[in-house]
Design a protein around this ligand. Structure first.
Ligand SMILES: CC(C)(COP(=O)(O)OP(=O)(O)OC[C@H]1O[C@@H](n2cnc3c(N)ncnc32)[C@H](O)[C@@H]1OP(=O)(O)O)[C@@H](O)C(=O)NCCC(=O)NCCS
Length: 197
């Protein structure tokens, strides 16, 4: 093996990861980080998983607005994810997943925006990309369970009851640590008009 093919040492990799996590932890909602335009949603790549995990973990630990996911769960569902990257630095700025639940139903999960780029339309870009994919797949309804229903209402969702999604309750909610004290509100959007157009 030549010296060119040898990657960074494990210790150097850990130091690099530690400084990246530190940089994210130092940011907070309202911080303004410079971002090049235009911003578009892209399909997530396998290399995005650690950063998606870091953003989810950040919001889980700071506000509890998203449920935790292991890095392994993100690899398993990487094809569900779309991301927005800074076109200059290629840094990950936002992510979210469209997870198909049944023949006519999908859920938006793990929606996260970098705390330094909130309020700049990135959440909308991710949700719009998920809805576009849902229409392409022929899905009639998309829902989300959220602590920020007002954000989803701005995007055309309506508040509904989680009991409208019994499969979700049976499949996943029963295993959730928040099951007996759930603070999430179900929001849903009907895509049938878009399917027919
Ligand atoms: C909630 C979140 C995804 C919103 O993303 P964002 O990029 O900051 O939001 P956008 O800039 O795309 O906002 C789109 C619209 O929603 C509104 N909006 C955004 N956050 C809102 C909130 N918390 N309450 C009410 N409205 C909100 C915006 O004003 C904007 O409305 P407009 O287009 O009429 O001006 C983001 O703040 C986030 O990652 N929060 C922490 C994790 C979280 O709560 N995830 C959702 C769990 S399901």
């Amino acid at each position: 093996m030549t010296s060119e093919t040898v990657g960074p040492s494990p210790a150097a990799t850990i130091r690099q990861r530690a400084s990246e996590v530190h940089a994210l932890e130092e940011r907070k909602p309202g911080d303004d980080i410079a971002v090049a335009e235009p911003l578009v949603a892209e399909r997530a790549l396998i290399g995005d998983a650690p950063e998606i995990h870091r953003l989810i973990q950040y919001w889980f630990e700071t506000t509890g607005d998203v449920l935790p996911r292991t890095e392994g769960e993100i690899y398993e569902t990487i094809r569900d994810f779309v991301v927005v990257r800074d076109p200059n630095g290629r840094k990950l700025l936002a992510a979210g997943a469209l997870h198909v639940e049944w023949r006519d139903l999908a859920e938006i999960k793990s929606l996260v925006v970098d705390p330094g780029t909130q309020g700049r339309g990135l959440g909308r870009i991710v949700v719009d990309a998920c809805l576009e994919e849902a229409v392409d797949l022929g899905l009639k309804t998309v829902f989300a369970l959220t602590t920020t229903p007002a954000f989803f209402e701005r995007l055309g969702f309506r508040i509904s009851g989680v009991s409208a999604f019994p499969r979700k309750v049976w499949n996943e909610c029963f295993r959730c640590p928040k099951y007996n004290a759930c603070d999430e509100i179900a929001v849903t959007i009907d895509l049938r008009d878009r399917l027919n157009s």
